[in-house]
Design a protein. Sequence first.
Length: 450
Amino acid sequence: MDAWVWWAIFVALVAGYTLAVVVLRRRKRIGPDRALSLYGPALMIKTQRGKGFLDRVGRFERFWSVVGDAGIVLAAVAMVTIVAVLVLDATVALREPASAAPTPQEALGIPGINPFIPIGYGLVALILGVVLHELMHGVIARSQKIGVKSIGILWLVIPIGAFVEQDDAEMNAAPRRKRARVAAAGVFANLVLAVIFFTLLAALVSTSVQPAANGVELSQVVSGTPASALGLHPGDVIVSVNGTATTTATDLFNALAATHANQTVAIQYYDPNAGQTTVGSAKLEALSDYTHVASDRTKGFLGVSPSFLTPAQMKTVLANPTSAPGGPLVGATYWIVLPIAGLEPISGTTTGVFHISGPFAALGTGGFWILANILYWLSWMNLLLGMSNALPLFPLDGGLIFRDFVASGAARVKRGWDSARLDAFAGAAAIASSLAVVLLLLWQFVAPHL
């Protein structure tokens, strides 16, 4: 479906939602004391059901206090990490061309709007992540004897979320440490869930997936080139060139760089459609025919582009990114950017370059990768929710945590300040941090155009 059709559907949904809200407000069906109320542009559908569950789970005060303290530490680490990433991105953005600037859609982590997040997997993962995020807020709040006024659904056309409405008066009157425990609870829940789903995915892939061939998968085959004449297609895996093994993209580039125009080379490749390895020959053309550079006249040209990762590297990134080529940081980065590279993490022709074994083979190739993708997106979206909510930005959890961090620090340094002055100072610091975060986010869009 064309992009303008999707935008037309989205605009129609927003218009219909807005009209419904206006009608309900005029009929006084929406209000602070009603089952329906507004939280910014979002519609809160409130209920008292479920509060008993929060009370029962939250009655173990000592346990949840320990969890809350762990959440504060984890949220602080996440806050420092995500701010450091934004600062690093800001420096990188200065060197990016205007064509590399992110689009507004890419800045929104909303499935179906962000081009890298699939609407199906993304919505399931986002809704589950938001629901468990809010439930953890409610459980920790009740364990700290902070009231919960209502729970329910938060609806803004798409996606559907959830909320736990805490008693603001009791929250503000609570000691800072208890407030911080409640605020950090959602970040803690999402990051722990991200680890759990990642671990399940890693176990699934490590025990069930084997590359069908040790080579380089092709992402593109240029039409009318020697590769196309040989019968190569995207998804095929080149195993060797003229007897030289090509287990990495660098190996492939080096093997082709050693060839010359009009040379006939032997290409060994795995064809996932046939399920077998084949050896063929291709007479290379002159690279200059495509680059129009005189110095390329003697260089051979096959006409292929390798995929982002080889099948072996893909398995390593999914099963244990800490052992990926380049080290743990590079492996973790690869794991995060798989959707940007056009992978979900495994979709399309890429599914054919792996053999599935063990008990999960009964799901079939399609069923297995649906399960793997569900686990991946559950982990990915929870990581996104946890890290983004850790930003020192109001009204996110990180903004509330940062404010109390500043107040606690100031209380130790300025012992003569009363609570009102401490709160005023912390509030000003939180506003400053919020503005700084907003500027860093906007800088990603502006800097490449400077």
